[in-house]
Design a protein around this ligand. Structure first.
Ligand SMILES: C[S@@+](CC[C@H](N)C(=O)[O-])C[C@H]1O[C@@H](n2cnc3c(N)ncnc32)[C@H](O)[C@@H]1O
Length: 375
């Protein structure tokens, strides 16, 4: 079967490696577009939904074709087989559009929806119900420049970045799929100590702890995976059973979070408890510019960007202070994601770090850079 996954643009290579680690065969990586195409079976699809840490959503690919007009989109969608939808099930088209077109994404949704209704009426003699709020089946129709992608959304409206452990909402939390990608990028493993010096509600450390213990990222999901409406619950139950067997419940790790504000630490503790990893994440209320710690192997962090929380001058002092202080503490590497790339680059070089990698990542509409620094 052919699938594609969506994720934060810029992190495709890391996501592709993760898909491969579950047995998927990569067909194409759309660099900078947040899409990875791959092949595999239904079990792989279920596994990725439940266990992949870097993906947002997984679709079964029904068609990818060039098009010119809305009529072409209607024709492409109508030619597909929707006979697998049960007659009493409702559906919704979730359209997306990128590029210059003389129609809107609402037009795409309307035309594709009509094509599905007409196709089903012809093959089954039944008019399928549309339910835009809580559909049983979601068809994604993405119009990207001159191509249209049609896919069955196996995940659902609730993207995989929504981990059910996040009870406390930090005002500027890091997307957990990006947090996991940064951890993978750093080559961290449970034997290496990890520090997040500006940890907020602890997302990076909680993701690392769950990774180390093989706790599935969707273990605490409250919403349904939509593939269960098509293929039943058995597939998911099978994957869950395997996951339970693989959990390493009492693995000790050194995961340290430093945060200036007590409120966020309290929130981080609540989230870590919900994720069942509180016993392994150590939160400290302190200042990232005055680290008083023994040697740590790797630091990964998502500092304030100045756009939302503070002003540029404060950010300059914070980045400078942290990098100076980290020189005596972090032994192997520092991974930082920031939208203030000029400031970070400048402060890294001034403090004699080597910039090992710089990766552009689109994060919630913002252009950010991930830096890998070597002391
Ligand atoms: C963007 S947030 C991190 C969010 C976090 N990754 C999460 O998912 O919850 C940056 C955090 O850095 C903290 N911070 C700012 N200056 C700091 C300092 N000097 N020392 C420690 N923490 C600091 C802020 O309070 C804020 O919680």
């Amino acid at each position: 079967m052919r699938f594609y996954a969506t994720l934060s643009p810029g992190l495709e290579e890391i996501a592709a490696r993760e898909i491969e680690s579950f047995g998927g065969k990569i067909v194409e990586i759309r660099k900078g577009k947040g899409r990875v195409f791959f092949e595999g079976d239904l079990k792989l699809m279920a596994k990725l939904n439940y266990m992949a840490r870097t993906l947002e959503r997984i679709m079964i690919l029904l068609a990818v074709e060039k098009f010119a007009t809305l009529d072409d989109i209607y024709r492409i969608v109508k030619s597909l087989d929707f006979g697998w939808i049960k007659p009493d099930q409702s559906f919704a088209v979730r359209p997306l559009r990128a590029g210059e077109h003389d129609f809107t994404s609402l037009d795409v949704g309307r035309v594709a929806g009509q094509a599905i209704i007409d196709s089903y009426m012809e093959s089954k003699g039944v008019r399928l119900k549309v339910n835009l709020d809580e559909p049983d089946v979601i068809i994604r129709v993405d119009v990207i420049f001159d191509e249209v992608y049609v896919g069955i959304d196996t995940t659902g409206d609730e993207s995989l970045h929504r981990r059910g452990y996040r009870i406390y909402d930090h005002p500027a939390p890091l997307n957990p799929t990006i947090a996991s990608s940064l951890i993978m990028l750093s080559n961290w493993n449970p034997e290496r100590s990890l520090l997040d010096p500006m940890c907020g509600s602890g997302t990076i450390l909680i993701e690392a702890a769950m990774m180390g213990r093989n706790i599935p990222p969707q273990k605490f999901r409250r919403e349904k995976f939509l593939f269960t409406n098509i293929y039943g619950e058995e597939l998911l139950e099978e994957v869950k059973k395997e996951a339970v067997k693989n959990e390493k419940r009492y693995l000790r790790m050194t995961l340290v979070g430093i945060e200036r504000f007590r409120k966020h630490i309290r929130g981080g503790i609540v989230n870590a408890k919900t994720a069942e990893v509180y016993d392994t994440v150590h939160f400290i209320q302190a200042d990232a510019t005055e680290l008083c710690l023994k040697e740590i192997d790797i630091a990964i962090t998502n500092p304030p960007y100045g756009l939302r929380i503070a002003k540029k001058g404060l950010i300059e002092n914070l980045y400078d202070g942290f990098l100076r202080s980290a020189k005596d503490v972090v032994a192997d590497k520092i991974v930082i994601i920031t939208a203030e790339d000029k400031i970070l680059r400048d402060k890294a070089l001034r403090n004699d770090y080597k910039i090992d990698r710089e990766i552009w990542v689109k994060y919630g509409g913002l252009d950010t850079k991930v830096f890998v620094l070597k002391p």
